[in-house]
Write a protein that binds this ligand. Sequence first.
Ligand code: GLN
Length: 599
Amino acid sequence: MDAEKLLSSVSDTSDETEFYTPMPAGYKPGQCRYVVVFGTVMSGLGKGIFSSSLAKVLQDKGLTVAPIKLEGYLNRDSGTLNPFRHGEVYVLDDGMECDMDLGTYERMLNQDLNRLNFCTSGQIFTRVLEKERRGGYLGRDVQMIPHVTGEVKSRLRELAVATGADVVFVEIGGTVGDVENAYFIEAIRQLAFEEGPQSVCNVALTYIIEPAMLGEQKSKPAQLNLRTLMAAGIHPHIIACRARHPATNKVREKIAMYSNVPMERVFSMHDCDSVYVIAEMLRGAGIDSAVLDILGLADRADVEREDRERTVWNDYIARFRQAALPVTIGIIGKYTSLRDSYASIIQAIEHAGVHYGARVELKWIDSSSLTEKDVAERLKGLHGVIVPGGFGIRGVEGKLACIRFARENRIPYLGLCYGFQIAVIEYARNVCGLAGANTTEIEQDAAYPVIDVLPEQKRIEGLGGNMRLGGQDVLLAPGSLVAKMYGDVERIRLRFRHRYEVDPQFIDTLTDGGLRFSGRSPNHPIMQVLELSPADHPFFVGTQAHPELTSRPLDAEPMFAAFVHATLVQSGVRDPQPTGVLPRGKPATENHQNERAST
Ligand code: GLN
């Protein structure tokens, strides 16, 4: 029976058949193409960067793409994960807390994603178990195959229907051979059969080791793990070899030999200086045309469109490489030992740096070892300071010392979320005379609880997925610093992830003391942006939001751009000028919905 007949014989489920393939309404097998990226040998190969770059190259050619990350862990989202172990928790506009790779996709594709683009085992099993309780399996025993794999296929097809994408990009988390992702791989095997020829392109990302004691490349781990992939029923169409140096012909030949993949489809993907050059590297190697051939899409490529997109992108890379004005920015946080915890901040600074031709050096300062006594020494030479988001008590006193130092010594300061709240505490204590001011997150019975839990949060129990999350509109005070940054618009949209806020009963005291709340929520008395008057400080700005999440290479986030501008001035550059077009203001858009945020 061919795939189409097979599917037409199965509407949903019954105990008459072994097949179980729930089809979202409106989906026809074969209508969408899939590129699936598998990781072999080990994690950390940059699978997300690779597949988002490949997706971008197809997007440049005029195809619509929709990425999805399949994550093996049982958490329903990434909200409860420790950034030490998993990197930053990335928040989408609709409030989904997800893997940091989704940030890579948003930046690379310049596209807002939503909860359909992120799928964990926790979500799949929740769906299966809820369906079972509703009697959805009609008396059948519920099995990994076909029921759980059926839900995986359904998620991919739902994304195809919702986006109308020409190509869905599936990134399978983890490494081939893991127990956690084995059923995702099995689902892909079934999908390829059901969708028909030329519908699915399997790309295996592998790793070529280069042991120092040998000084040459070795392909054995790659060969063995590719064999594991094939044993799971997936024959790769394309193999991309991650390596420190370009993969040698000998290595590529061996890989080709062991996997029956022709040499011209075994590519080298060696290290390079910026993630944004990878798209061009893929094009140079011809991976894009290989994918189009495999999927029968070669005649869909719009070469003129691609040339235009390339010119813009290459201009960014050229400006990135030419950026030469040296500035040093300190990031004061508690996760400084793991850069992945601050991935989006690093990216946002890069975009803003390129925008003003700044070569930014980042200095990581662990707030838990910072005190009033050594703060001057530790912050010496910095042209700007960022206190990023965070939770809990550790390192807070260090952050307070650092903010006070930056405020009193006129060093540009940008506070992000917790960095905004701690700036309020510092101002309350040291300027407004509220000794003992604090956040109730760390001191329940603080003398002045200037930061307190949001009223809507008091009713909530448990920790998962229940902060104030996702995109929210922010009303900007006309004439304020922040309004100017965004091109004098009244409203912007930023993303949030917090449980605490400025307690409204202290707003007057803080404002009378000179702290200006220049961005507020349109519907609630929630303070979203603070600033000091330019007469008092060259740049002292904080936001309850996470503007780093909405920065894009070709559209530097205005608050970050303004901050980098201030650091350049601090370093002695007289009138820093943009190297490209000005960052666009981000006007609030009507079509974003965020029902969850106010629950
Ligand atoms: N811990 C603070 C809150 O929950 C800040 C959160 C953050 O920085 N993301 O409000």
